[in-house]
Write a protein that binds this ligand. Structure first.
Ligand code: ZN
Length: 388
């Protein structure tokens, strides 16, 4: 007999603005877990036989029956010639009630691993055995994706413009459309990214562990490194969390490639999260843990030249260890890059030609965080990442 599942999901942060009052296309508000939309502490899922049947789920002007999957279309922008560009939104609406977990990918158009993670998760979802709803937007930034670019055609970074505005820049309008038409229907969100500019990231969650709902999400992702960080203003993570929708960013691998190990980690992590949230039952849940890093910092190249790394992603390093070498291609002079502290390489540049100042190695520093769901508030991190 399945048990009654109680999850603490949406604790809301001080001063959070509830997302209420927004009209949705089609006029129908989406049925949600009671209380979750207002950012209160708990949402309950009954998985008892004979328990409540889920209500139909409304999104993007369509209504999805319990136990069904659908492919919807979100038109966030137009091409230059004025034709709207649809991007797919995949929905698996469970037979039993539960939270709405949303997955977004390719907010940066050259970050491909998340696209495949969303495809695999939604493609294998069995809505008849699902409590709640999974919504996947595999290619948020369709224009940048088509260009193979991180940025929109006007060189704006979409992930600096959330929650957006209907009368703002191109990026701001796209952000606003996604935020009001999809994101505000979610109870929790995982935004999928990779490193930027020829950098690769160890699979990791960026999470503000001072927020109870966010911490609960981060701890549910199986054996995945967690990096405590305050979200940067304008990111989807910041805007959604401020709107009462706990959000984490999952980073894995680098841009412009499909990396099987990174993708597999992400898929497994999302499945672990679905199990933790009581949305699916797993016979062998991923209960292993990885490290939580209270802080992180970048080691930058002080000279230009050819970077050849001496360490691998995920390696533990000690202060003074050689992380890599910068080679001057003209003089043949080699300059080592030393680690300024103990830590773990959670992100690094691929071997490439660098300019001075390029952020080459991202070191995670382990500190003391009580290993429970509700981490205490953390001071502002010195985290200064360029990838999210
Ligand atoms: Zn990104």
């Amino acid at each position: 007999m399945r048990r009654l599942l109680l999850i603490a999901l949406s604790a809301g942060i001080a001063g959070a603005t509830p997302p209420g009052g927004q009209e949705t296309p089609g006029g129908a508000g989406s049925p949600r877990v009671a209380g979750a939309a207002q950012g209160v502490a708990t949402a309950s899922i009954s998985a008892e036989p004979g328990g409540p049947i889920a209500e139909p789920f409304a999104l993007l002007g369509e209504t999805i029956s319990p136990g069904a999957t659908r492919r919807l279309a979100w038109a966030g922008t137009e091409q230059f010639e004025g034709v709207s560009i649809d991007t797919p939104v995949l929905v698996a609406h469970g037979a039993d009630p539960g939270p709405v977990l949303c997955l977004t990918a390719a907010v940066h158009g050259d970050e491909l691993n998340g696209i495949e993670i969303v495809r695999r998760v939604l493609g294998h979802m069995e809505p008849g055995a699902l409590n709640g709803t999974v919504v996947g937007v595999p290619i948020v930034n369709i224009q940048a994706f088509r260009d193979g670019s991180r940025y929109l055609p006007d060189r704006r970074d979409l992930n600096r413009h959330f929650p957006g505005s209907p009368g703002g820049s191109a990026a701001s309008r796209i952000a606003h459309s996604l935020f009001t038409e999809v994101v505000q229907h979610c109870d929790a969100l995982v935004d999928l990214h990779t490193g930027s500019f020829e950098r690769i990231n160890l699979p990791q969650l960026r999470a503000d562990l001072s927020h109870a709902g966010v911490a609960a999400l981060a701890r549910g992702f199986g054996a995945t490194v967690v990096v405590n960080s305050q979200p940067r203003e304008g990111t989807l993570r910041a805007a959604a969390t401020q709107a009462g929708i706990p959000t984490v960013t999952f980073e894995a691998g680098g841009p412009a490639q499909l990396e099987p190990d990174q993708i597999a980690h992400g898929v497994r992590g999302v499945h672990a999260l679905l199990n933790t949230l009581g949305m699916v039952a797993q016979t062998r849940p991923w209960t292993d843990r990885e490290a939580t890093y209270v802080d992180s910092s970048w080691v930058r190249a002080d000279r230009g030249g050819i970077l050849m790394s001496a360490v691998e992603l995920g390696k533990e390093v000690r202060e003074g260890d050689v992380l890599g070498r910068l080679i001057d291609p003209i003089t043949n002079k080699t300059t080592p890059i030393h680690s300024p502290s103990d830590g773990r390489v959670i992100g690094m540049a691929r071997n490439q030609v660098l300019m001075p100042g390029f952020a080459a190695y991202h070191l995670g520093q382990q500190g003391q965080i009580p290993d429970d769901r509700l981490a205490p508030p953390m001071p502002d991190s010195t985290f200064s990442d360029t990838s999210e």
